[in-house]
Design a protein around this ligand. Structure first.
Ligand code: MRU
Length: 369
């Protein structure tokens, strides 16, 4: 995807050939800062403090974090401790656990002297696979947008609502929820995106709007509570969101507030699709309500960070927005039951959100592997 017309990825190997560069997403859209990760601690901090975020990108960062750990020690013990440490950083997105198990399954049987090089190769493969997976999600999701376009007058705009950032900043390229949108725009279908601001961290207003702007996709930021109203007034044709973990029965766990959008879409007969790489499916869980929900600090609710509009330098500041002394709760994700999901847009095609359709997908994935 492009920033000021230049193609970018969200994570890449530094030119030194071993350290890892990421974009610090905590200061976007106000500053574009590249951070260099040199140690396991750097990678763990980047995940925990959300310099990188979004399920697939968390997984890719963890894979490279393990490479950085192996640079010091390639023993089984060091590898296992590094995985435990990385896994602790964020509990909900299953891609963290998935990426680390792909890495260790590949590395454990290898002789120690071969592990470091193999680790970097595998991490690069995880990134390359994610790019292709997200591209394919876009190809399949485009068909859904085409179907909606076919029911409208020629040239009429398709209005798509999305929540949080399941864009290229959450993956390594394309995004999941945004990939069908980018593919539709490239196919000449007029699209407009309603971008939920996504309190408390504002991933929609800060990140989704930023990337849509750079891709020149028409979009409008709305407060999180506006979606239901827009749906009631015929201003939303389709919702597409991402997921951090999908249970084997089709329940999806995504950024807090997703569930309310699904309820509003259901009440207004608006299709509600969830775009995901199959790596986001937790085959060990048959119920979304067993997914651990991350509780984040109350300061994210009680404060806001942004750029001072009045400052010529545009310096960033954090301000208090709540009554002094009031406590806050900050559950970061919620579960949308499968019954509210119109379909799951995967790299293998659009799949129904239920146990039997997902079981078929699992078989298909096994046959390919
Ligand atoms: O807390 P975040 O910003 O990591 O949450 C991200 C989301 O909820 C995304 O929708 C999800 O990871 C899907 S990313 C393709």
């Amino acid at each position: 995807m492009r920033i000021n017309g230049i193609e970018k990825q969200t994570i890449w190997l530094n030119e030194d050939g071993w350290s890892v560069d990421i974009i610090d997403q905590t200061v976007l859209p106000h500053k574009f800062v590249v951070v260099n990760l040199k140690t396991l601690d750097d990678a763990a901090y980047a995940i925990k403090a959300m310099l990188v975020r979004g399920a697939p990108l968390i997984g890719a960062t963890a894979a490279y974090g393990l490479c950085l750990a192996l640079k010091n020690d390639v023993s089984d013990d060091a590898m296992s401790k590094a995985c435990d440490y990385l896994n602790e950083q964020r509990p909900t997105a299953v891609n963290l656990r998935w990426a680390l198990s792909v890495m260790t399954n590949h590395l454990s049987p290898l002789p120690k002297e071969a592990r470091l090089e193999a680790a970097y190769k595998k991490a690069a493969e995880i990134v390359a696979d994610d790019i292709e997976t997200c591209r394919l999600i876009g190809v399949h999701g485009l068909e859904l947008i085409k179907d909606i376009a076919a029911k409208k007058s020629p040239g009429e705009t398709i209005n798509i609502l999305t929540h949080c950032n399941a864009g290229w900043l959450a993956t390594t390229q394309w995004g999941t929820a945004t990939s069908p949108i980018y593919h539709a725009a490239k196919a000449g279908i007029p699209v407009h995106v309603w971008v939920d601001e996504t309190r408390p961290r504002n991933q929609g207003a800060s990140l989704t709007a930023y990337e849509l702007g750079h891709e020149e996709i028409p979009h409008t930021i709305i407060v999180d509570n506006a979606g239901g109203h827009l749906m009631q007034h015929g201003k939303v044709d389709l919702c597409i969101v991402g997921t951090d973990r999908t249970a084997a029965n089709g329940d999806v766990c995504n950024k807090i507030g997703t569930y309310l959008k699904a309820l509003a879409a259901h009440d207004n007969n608006i299709p509600f699709y969830v775009a995901l790489p199959s790596t986001t499916i937790d085959w060990t869980l048959n119920n979304g309500f067993d997914i651990p929900i991350e509780e984040r600090g109350q300061e994210e609710v009680l404060q806001m960070t942004g750029r001072l509009s009045s400052s010529e330098k545009g310096e960033m500041v954090t301000i208090d927005i709540a009554a002094s002394g009031s406590p806050a709760a900050n559950p970061a994700f919620d579960v949308t039951p499968a019954k509210y999901v119109s379909g799951l847009i995967t790299e293998k095609g659009v799949v129904e959100a239920n146990s039997s359709a997902l079981a078929e997908l699992k078989t298909e994935l096994k046959n390919v592997a």
